[in-house]
Write a protein that binds this ligand. Structure first.
Ligand SMILES: NC(=O)c1ccc[n+]([C@@H]2O[C@H](COP(=O)([O-])OP(=O)(O)OC[C@H]3O[C@@H](n4cnc5c(N)ncnc54)[C@H](O)[C@@H]3O)[C@@H](O)[C@H]2O)c1
Length: 337
């Protein structure tokens, strides 16, 4: 690649996801991490000796934007900061491309504001819904779209983890800035919207278990225009999960499709069930950190920048997730089952 086609990347927030994306992005042939901004001085001090000298470190993103010529910024900060940062970054540089970790914002209204900003942007935009890049979920989507199982009747879906088994203290436990619905559920909601479209109605309930300010469990019943109905559960307080786990089971007139992070299974009215495990797909990526889909997602973002084409999981798509989150909260607060 010519030097001019190598994109200069800034990372905003050097926490778990900032570290992950820095590592992946810096391994890609068409990108290099040029600057990292983290507002916790201690973290910057600890990171400095470990990072290549070519990466400039900042504690103030305004300074980073002024000093560096960045083609894109990864916003990997807590959810409540996404909208104000997106607004500011776009105001400072309309040519910049923006990658925001999921969910796009803390509410549907905020997500709409982020979309308004995105419409004015000359760069591309994307939200970190990496599950869409998993070949397992992609196969499930192809099977559902092909319609070979006939009318879809109902689904049941869950997203469980053992992340919260006592009261926590970080931003994830702040009212309006965290909770299972903003933290864990967005991946499942994004997949349901991707597979079935926007729900036409939502009925939900929620409860706290260990947390005192946010919900640890949500349950939502949904109906879709196609006639499909179903329910989802999201809980980050279920014991026994080494990693968060997704499960979607779709029952159709002619059979059932089950998809998880690890496999997709097709059971037809006749004949043996067919199961495809993640290992049987080609998931080799140039650099593996966590799951291959994170690399595939970052590659898609870089491709979008090179081709000036919006990646599939852009702000407009991601705003649909925030809108459904609002409807779940509204319903759960209205009915209090
Ligand atoms: N896609 C996924 O699978 C996945 C997984 C975990 C988290 N996430 C998302 O990633 C985002 C970050 O989560 P995390 O687990 O990395 O959080 P984290 O708390 O580990 O890291 C966030 C970092 O941002 C820093 N920060 C906050 N405001 C800042 C500012 N104004 N300027 C510079 N730095 C700032 C914090 O000090 C912290 O170090 C959230 O939106 C979360 O929902 C996505």
């Amino acid at each position: 690649l010519g030097l001019e086609s190598v994109k200069n990347i800034g990372i905003l927030g050097l926490g778990k996801m900032g570290i992950l994306h820095s590592g992946i992005v810096n391994s890609l042939p068409d990108a290099r991490v040029k600057a990292i901004c983290e507002n916790q001085r201690l973290l910057v001090r600890l990171a400095k000796p470990l990072l290549p000298k070519t990466i400039a470190l900042y504690t103030d993103y305004v300074k980073m934007m002024k000093n560096e010529q960045l083609d894109a910024v990864f916003v990997t900060t807590p959810i409540a900061t996404h909208l104000p940062l997106v607004v500011d970054l776009a105001r400072m540089d309309r040519d910049v491309s923006l990658f925001v970790e999921k969910p796009l914002a803390a509410s549907g209204h905020q997500a709409e504001k982020a979309c308004e900003v995105a419409r004015e942007l000359r760069g591309v935009h994307m939200v970190g819904f990496q599950k869409r890049f998993s070949p397992v979920f992609q196969r499930a989507k192809r099977l559902i779209d092909a319609g070979s199982l006939g009318d879809l009747m109902f689904f049941r879906a869950s997203s469980f983890s053992s992340d919260v088994l006592r009261e926590g203290a970080s931003w994830r436990f702040g009212r309006g800035t965290g909770g299972v619905l903003l933290d864990l559920a967005p991946h499942l909601l994004d997949l349901l919207i991707w597979l079935f479209g926007d729900p036409s109605s939502v009925l939900a309930m929620k409860r706290r278990v260990y947390s005192t300010k946010v919900d640890d469990y949500i349950h939502a019943v949904m109906a879709f225009k196609s006639g499909l109905k179903g329910h989802m559960d999201a809980c980050w307080s279920v014991r026994g999960y080494r990693l968060p786990e997704l499960w979607i089971e779709v029952h159709a007139r002619e059979g059932t499709i089950t998809v998880t992070d690890d496999f997709v299974r097709l059971e037809k009215a006749s004949g043996p069930a067919e199961t495809y495990f993640k290992q049987s797909f080609n998931t080799s990526v140039s650099f593996l950190l966590a799951d291959p889909e994170y690399t595939m997602e970052d590659e898609a973002f870089m491709r979008g920048m090179q081709d000036h084409a919006l990646p599939e999981s852009n702000f407009f798509e991601a705003a649909r997730v925030c809108a459904v989150i609002d409807r779940i909260i509204e319903s759960a607060e209205e009915h209090r089952y």
